[in-house]
Write a protein that binds this ligand. Sequence first.
Ligand SMILES: [Cu+2]
Length: 231
Amino acid sequence: MTDLSRRNFLGAGGLALAGASMISGRVQAAGLPEAPTMTEATMQPPLHPQSGPDYQPVVTLNGWTLPWRQNGDWKEFHLVAEPVVREMAPGMKAHLWGYNGQSPGPTIEAVEGDKVRIFVTNRLPENTAVHWHGQLLPNGMDGVGGLTQPHILPGKTFVYEFILRKSGTFMYHPHSDEMVQMAMGMMGFFVVHPRDPAERRVDRDFVFLLNAFDIEAIIYCLTAGSSIVPI
Ligand SMILES: [Cu+2]
């Protein structure tokens, strides 16, 4: 655990410098990958791979795919857990928690056999951790805060590294105050394409997450003086 925390935790500000003694030389040399953010809740075009094996990318309905960078053998992603505001219907804004500007979070896409390094920065007001649901990986990368790793404290970044052992459609979500955090909207897809692009080749591939929220309605009435008061 000591080694894990030393190797995988970074500070939030001035990461490359502040975190230098806490992370591996390889990560230190590379610095943190950019954390793309999405301001639109509308469906974004699929992201065709610019490096590595080819595949038919998925379209995430009402969502988007997280860009990555290739760093040697590794595909590097950067997730940011944070509060987000999503307009569910015209004028109805929900205060959710999500990743990289949206809830649900962006779809992570890669290929069976890929080495992935996923930086997770916590901008929530409480601890978090990310569990890679259904993936076969080393126990220390399984993302159960307080059990298989220390919780990621607010302002900190944790680095997950593992090899994608099987193809399939998976999801990621927190395992740190998970009942609250999942209810707040923290989840996203993790699509692993078969290594052989001819295997179960499809022409078009879609994923969509269904989620239900109980949102307290505030009903307003317009008074004669045109001020708005909740009733
Ligand atoms: Cu799960």
